[in-house]
Each structure stands twice: as C-alpha cells, then as structure tokens.
Design a binder for this molecule. Structure first.
Ligand SMILES: Cc1cc2nc3c(=O)[nH]c(=O)nc-3n(C[C@H](O)[C@H](O)[C@H](O)COP(=O)(O)OP(=O)(O)OC[C@H]3O[C@@H](n4cnc5c(N)ncnc54)[C@H](O)[C@@H]3O)c2cc1C
Length: 480
C-alpha cells in the first residue's frame, strides 16, 4: 500500500503528528527502529519498580493555547492524567534550603522575604515574566533581547548572587550554562512553570506514548517497530521511497510525503546528500543528561516528609558563572538535582516503595571512548559516589535503596540516534533559537521535519507543538 504520509521515528513529535493525521483519516505509516515507541519517553520495569526514562516536569499543560487545543483535539485530557507538582523547585546551597513556591505573586513575595533589599529588582523580573506574552509582540523588546542570554540579563538586573542562582537553578534541566542559554527561552519556560505549575504524567511518560499508539492504530495508522530506515531515495526535488530493515529483511516503501522525526543531518546522510540549507552544518546539538534511577524500599516522603519534588543540590555552583566550572568537573563531582517521585501520586510504585532519580548534565564524549567493560565500571563508580553525595544530604537514605541503575548520554544516543545523546535538539543558545531548522526541506518539497530538531525546539510541550505546526503546515500546503 502507498501511504500518504510516512514518518521516520516515533518520538513524541512524530507520534503527535501521526495521531493528528490519522484523525483526519489520512493514511500514515510510522516507522520506528526500536521495539517500543516514544524515543526519549517511556517507562521500564526493574524488580517491582517502574522507572521513568525522561520526564521530570512538563510545562504548558493547562496554560499554552496550542497545547490545550491539541489535547482537546486528540482527547488527551480524558485519557491521560497530569499531576501538578507541589512546588516550583528547591535549591540547597551553603546548608540553606530555599523552597520556591508556584505562582508569580507567591514566588516573588517569597523571594522578597528572603532578599528584602532586592525588592525592586524582583518586581521588575516578575513583571517581565508575567507579561512575556505581550512583550514578545513588541518589536523593540525582541530587538533588544533576542540575542541576550539568560545569564546576561540576570547579571544586569539582579544584584545578589544567591538570588540570581535561585532564578536560574533549573537551567540544568534544559541547558548546561545560563550564560549561554537564550533569555527568551528562559523567560517563556519560567513564566509557564511559575504561572501554571509543572506536570508529571500519571504512571509515567509511557502512558502518553501508549495512548497515542492506541489512538493511531484505532484510526487505521500503520506502525512498524524494529524497523530502521537506512536510505532515502529521491528524484530531482522529490523524495520517492525509503529503505528500511526489519528483522534482517530489507523493505522498500514508496513515499508521497516524508516526515523525519530524527536529526536533519542524519536524514540528509540517508540520501547521501548534503542539505542546501547551511543551518544544519553550523548548528550545535544540546547537551545530554545522566540519570541515576533509584528504587527505595519505602515511600521516601515518610522518611523525609519535608522534601521537595525537585531539589537542586549546589556545591560547586555558588553563582550562575559556576555552571561552566561544574560541567568541566568529572561527572561524579558535578552538582545534580534529585527528583523524589514519592512527593506526588506518580503511580510508579505501590504504597510501600518509591522511586527517585539523580539527574545531572552529561556529555557524550565522557563515555564514547570507553569499551563495554570500562563503560559499565565507570557507571558503577559514578553511581556509588553520587549515592554517597545523596547520603550527605539525606542521612540514612542509602539504607532504603534496593535498586540503582545509571543511564548516560550514550544511552540516549542508543535509543534515539540523536548526535551526542542530545535531548533538546539543537542547543538553545540565542543565536540558534533564531535559526531554528525549517519544518519543510529547502531541497525537497515533500520532505518535512518534526520534533526537537525543528521549531519550536526540544522538550515535551515543544515537540508536541511541532507536531501540530507541521500538521497545520501540511494543511496550508493543501496536502490534507
Ligand atoms: C533523560 C531525559 C530527561 C528529559 N527531561 C525532560 C523534562 O523533564 N521535560 C521535558 O519537557 N523534556 C524532557 N526531556 C526532553 C524530551 O524528552 C525530548 O526533547 C523530546 O521527547 C524529543 O522528542 P522528539 O520528537 O524530538 O523525538 P526523540 O525522542 O528524539 O525520538 C526520535 C525517534 O526516532 C527514532 N529513530 C531514530 N533513527 C531512526 C531510524 N533510522 N529509523 C527509524 N526510527 C529512527 C528513535 O528510535 C526515536 O524513537 C528529557 C529527555 C531525556 C532523555
């Protein structure tokens, strides 16, 4: 059968687009190299624990108009539960813990109570966050701020090192350095998390993947798992067919419209062709994250009832210029965030146990040259020293750890093929967010891109929006 739309990769961007197209009764073939869908997303079982591969917090669930429309369209609200996290996050620095509440007024009042002499600066920062949607319509605001980093803005406008750090601690979730991270991305992300809260998906991110998979199948979409695309054929300015391999058997499938949910450079490599769009060769991928998954024999919140959902533990990072120093440290010395899933009704374990994750910045080149024995050994050593660091913050916690496992940038690369194990597509620097890779190929009129490598960028809500944007683009091009 010839499909109207062929999608390479079942990351959240590819899944969202496939669901939207099948809803319109379009014939869709989704091709995924792994034996499970979801790319970065998913849950896996170890002992009695369900462990989360990627989600700490998702934004925009009830505040972003595009996400709201999309979720209504695909009936996601009625089929997937989103759990609001209890606070923005906590930061532990110099033996002091700051617990940042959700809500513009709540958080700004909290910070003003901690740093009363900086009231004016705090008001100015939160005014900007509160009005970012209107501000972005103002050309002079965009001109003045588009090329600024979050670090530059914060240095200029806030004059207390701890306060600066509190406002940008969660950069660690999506970039490795506030001084290199786009101000505009920072403002939109913070505004959305603070106004509307962050959300976890009940039973893990795999439940969103399962729902979308069922949705696509029930609308007659075809899904081929264990099927790796290795060649894209074209004639003049049109893609004509793809070659993929499944269980050692090679297949050729004709293509009318091809959507790539994978890195654009790899996509063009499959055509043995350089893109004519230079953007692709000049842009750098984002960093990755390491995860140390922990299974506890108890509900952690019973032992540490005042813990937060996310706590950033900063030892090296004393101010926002220290992120760089931290990233240059060996992995086991890097500062991290600990996510305690027992603080919400995550559905990941029964009531007698719980799970948590130690998360930090990771780079593929820390791991790429190790052979398999060295790789396993290093993961064990890093896990051991990270757990002993965790013990210093939560005395006695090790007694409850009955399972641990580490994933790295190499793991992300293995499961997604993303260069460097990148988790956010192209790195979200001011220059790069202004040059987002196009959703329609410059070279081939029936080749499109969806997911983290294209607009609006990486992260759950962004890649879902890219699915919606490509769907709307196809409509405009009258392909639907
Ligand atoms: C550890 C970690 C933590 C994260 N935390 C958060 C968070 O808390 N909040 C948040 O919003 N975001 C988070 N993210 C980022 C977010 O998960 C990603 O940005 C997003 O899911 C990427 O989606 P995507 O559509 O670009 O596809 P990807 O997830 O990159 O998937 C691409 C898919 O293409 C498939 N593929 C690749 N090559 C081929 C081929 N040749 N043939 C067939 N299939 C192929 C892959 O197997 C994969 O399934 C995290 C990611 C990770 C890894």
């Amino acid at each position: 059968m010839d499909y109207e739309f062929t999608i390479i990769g079942s990351g959240l961007g590819g899944l969202t687009l496939a669901a939207l197209l099948t809803k319109e009764e379009k014939s869709v073939h989704l091709i995924e190299k792994n034996n499970r869908l979801g790319g970065c997303l998913g849950t896996f079982k170890r002992k009695n624990f369900t462990l989360e591969t990627s989600l700490h917090v998702m934004n925009g669930v009830y505040s972003n108009e595009n996400i709201i429309n999309l979720f209504k369209k695909l009936d996601i609200y009625n089929n997937v539960d989103f759990i609001s996290i209890p606070e923005f996050y906590s930061v532990k620095i110099d033996n002091k813990e700051y617990k940042l509440p959700i809500g513009i007024n709540q958080l700004s009042n909290y910070l003003k109570s901690c740093f009363p002499e900086h009231e004016k600066e705090i008001n100015k920062y939160f005014d900007l966050l509160n009005n970012i949607e209107e501000q972005i319509m103002d050309r002079s605001f965009v001109r003045n701020n588009m090329y600024q980093t979050a670090g530059e803005y914060i240095h200029k406008n806030i004059h207390n090192e701890t306060l600066k750090l509190l406002l940008s601690a969660n950069t660690l979730y999506y970039h490795d350095d506030p001084n290199d991270f786009s101000l505009i991305t920072h403002l939109f992300a913070q505004s959305s998390f603070i106004k509307d809260s962050g959300y976890y998906i009940k039973n893990g991110s795999g439940s969103l993947v399962d729902y979308l998979e069922k949705y696509i199948l029930s609308n007659n979409g075809k899904i081929s798992k264990n099927s790796a695309v290795y060649n894209i054929n074209y004639s003049k300015s049109e893609v004509t067919s793809i070659d993929y391999i499944n269980n050692n058997r090679k297949y050729n499938s004709k293509v009318k419209n091809l959507v790539s949910n994978i890195n654009p450079k790899i996509t063009y490599d499959f055509m043995s062709k350089n893109s004519l769009d230079d953007t692709i060769n000049e842009m750098l991928p984002s960093n990755s994250l390491f995860n140390i998954y922990l299974g506890f024999s108890k509900q952690l919140k019973e032992i540490f009832p005042n813990n937060s959902y996310s706590t950033f533990f900063f030892e090296t990072i004393k101010n926002i210029d220290d992120f760089k120093t931290n990233n240059n440290n060996p992995i086991e010395k890097r500062d991290f965030v600990f996510v305690d899933y027992s603080q919400i009704n995550s559905g990941l374990t029964d009531n007698n146990s719980s799970v948590g994750i130690i998360v930090g910045v990771d780079y593929y080149n820390d791991w790429e040259r190790l052979n398999s024995l060295e790789y396993k050994k290093k993961k064990k050593e890093v896990t051991k020293s990270m757990i002993s660091k965790l013990e210093s913050y939560y005395p006695g916690i090790s007694d409850y750890i009955i399972y641990s496992e580490m994933s790295t940038a190499k793991t992300v690369k293995k499961f997604t093929s993303n260069p460097n194990g990148s988790i956010y597509g192209f790195s979200q620097t001011p220059n790069q967010i202004n040059r987002r890779f196009r959703q329609q190929s410059k070279d081939f009129k029936n080749l499109f891109f969806v997911g983290a490598w294209t607009k609006p960028g990486g992260g759950y809500s962004s890649v879902m929006q890219s699915g919606l944007q490509v769907f709307n683009l196809l409509k405009r091009l009258e392909q639907l």
